[in-house]
Design a protein around this ligand. Structure first.
Ligand code: ATP
Ligand code: MG
Length: 390
């Protein structure tokens, strides 16, 4: 709080998820969450975000847009539009009536869930619940049901103010972005990799991304698509660093010197090698890909193993057990689908014959690579990669 006076008026109460966290970790988690919540409503300078005793309050936020932004922050388990008021029975009762009279819809019963963290407040929680409950009952005609009410009205008396809510909405869940560390997402223009990035952000990873651009075979449109996808991912975390790696010369060298049926496996191995180098340079300890078991020829178990052999960092694959339709559903909800389906060529299909190998082996792949002078081309690709912070 900038000023110590009690805020009077609307706001949002955000509840923190994953409550098993303790001590120092819990503190770090809450600080990160408050910071991410602040970013989610950064376009609303009139909204003040306060972290207090493990609760996060967004004071002044009450419109549907702010609620939606707040609900999308990872680490928020649930949230309630609330009325903040002074710590007294009359203002609390007034707030409870403002939230219930004429607004109870089909509800027939209710209860007051009262809590008081300010133990100096003259009424005990049960007494407060009884007083406020009696007023709500008189004004709305609802019956009281303490075990399975249609409507729960929350009343809380904190150290600096009291607040009342009558609706609890689900939050995005997960962990605050940044609290699990950072990783490098291999972001193609496809449907899967943005979803993979989103799921890892949900588990608290902050992402950087790398796109392998086979210019001039894949045009500017393909790259713009990836930039747009990265921007969508950036909404959940703030600035996202994107590397665009020129990849055509590596692909041409493989095309000219390696067996056609191994090309996809070899491209992907080269991508992982370059990605690991960029990740290490940036201090990112893991990679993320959008692979899903059996989805395409490069994603058979044998090929995943043959590809992973080239990685010197852990490769996280959150979509490994997803059906394509599940991924498409996720892409639609997170707003990446319409970008991903813009028609542009995928560099993995470049020069590839109709029947790529499905049972690749790391040994065979390494043998094929030993006949191509890839190292200088990969150095060149790393050196020529473009960086932008989106
Ligand atoms: P996507 O829809 O994410 O492109 P996909 O089902 O088309 O996935 P592949 O093309 O085999 O599958 O790619 C598997 C994964 O490899 C992708 O999810 C992505 O993480 C990575 N990848 C593939 N191509 C590129 C690229 N050009 N740049 C960066 N990463 C890529
Ligand atoms: Mg693809």
């Amino acid at each position: 709080m900038k000023n110590e006076a009690a805020p009077i008026g609307p706001g949002v109460v955000l509840r923190v998820g994953e409550l098993f966290l303790k001590g120092r970790n819990r503190f770090r988690f809450e600080e990160a969450l408050a910071c991410n919540v602040r970013r989610a409503v950064a376009d609303r300078p009139d909204v003040e975000v306060v972290l207090e005793h493990g609760r996060i309050f967004a004071l002044g936020a009450c419109d549907t847009d702010s609620l939606a932004s707040l609900a999308s922050v990872f680490g928020v388990a649930s949230l309630s539009p609330a009325l903040f008021c002074e710590k007294g029975v009359p203002p609390i009762t007034e707030a409870a009536l403002a939230l219930t009279v004429g607004k109870t819809g089909p509800a027939r019963t209710f209860r007051i869930a009262a809590r008081r963290s300010d133990k100096r407040f003259p009424l005990k929680s049960t007494e407060l619940a009884r007083e406020v409950g009696a007023a709500v009952q008189r004004a709305t005609g609802l019956g009281v049901d303490l075990t399975a009410p249609d409507l729960t009205v929350g009343v809380e008396v904190g150290p600096r103010w009291a607040f009342v809510w009558a609706q609890e909405l689900p939050g995005a869940g997960g962990l605050p972005v940044g609290t699990s560390g950072r990783a490098l997402l291999l972001l193609s223009g496809g449907i899967d990799s943005p979803c993979a990035g989103h799921l890892m952000q949900k588990r608290g990873l902050k992402l950087a991304a790398v796109y392998f651009h086979a210019f001039p075979y894949t045009g500017d449109g393909a790259r713009d698509k990836v930039v747009d996808l990265a921007r969508v991912l950036a909404r959940r975390q703030g600035p996202l660093r994107l590397f665009v790696v020129p990849f055509a010369r590596v692909q041409e060298a493989l095309r000219d010197n390696a067996p056609g049926d191994y090309l996809v496996v070899l491209y992907r191995r080269a991508m992982l090698r370059i990605a690991c180098r960029l990740a290490k340079r940036e201090g990112l300890p893991a990679l993320v890909t959008g692979e899903s078991l059996g989805q395409v020829a490069s994603q058979t178990l044998a090929n995943i193993a043959a590809i992973e052999d080239a990685a010197s960092l852990p490769v996280l694959r959150p979509l490994i057990g997803f059906d394509k339709l599940e991924t498409v559903g996720l892409a639609r909800t997170i707003g990446t689908y319409d970008i991903s389906i813009r028609p542009h060529m995928d560099c993995c299909s470049l020069f590839v014959p109709p029947h790529p190998i499905t049972k690749g082996s790391a040994k065979q792949a390494a043998f094929a690579e030993s006949r191509v002078d890839l190292a200088p081309l990969m150095d060149e690709a790393v050196a020529a990669s473009e960086v932008s912070d989106l």
